[in-house]
Design a protein. Structure first.
Length: 59
């Protein structure tokens, strides 16, 4: 029973794409928004360079 609940929660957070989240899963959307926030904060602080890379999603 616990395994079924775990699988459902995992699906709900990592695999379920939503139109209102720009067709991303909730996990992908949170990761994407955190990277954008980091980028904007770095630009505001005048960081001389940024190293941003595209992460391969773990699914």
């Amino acid at each position: 029973m616990l395994y079924i609940v775990y699988k459902y929660i995992s699906f709900f957070n990592h695999e379920r794409f939503q139109k209102k989240l720009n067709n991303l899963s909730p996990y992908q959307y949170r990761t994407w928004s955190a990277q954008i926030a980091f980028l904007l904060l770095s630009i505001r602080q005048g960081t001389p360079y940024l190293i941003l890379y595209h992460q391969k999603w773990p699914f």
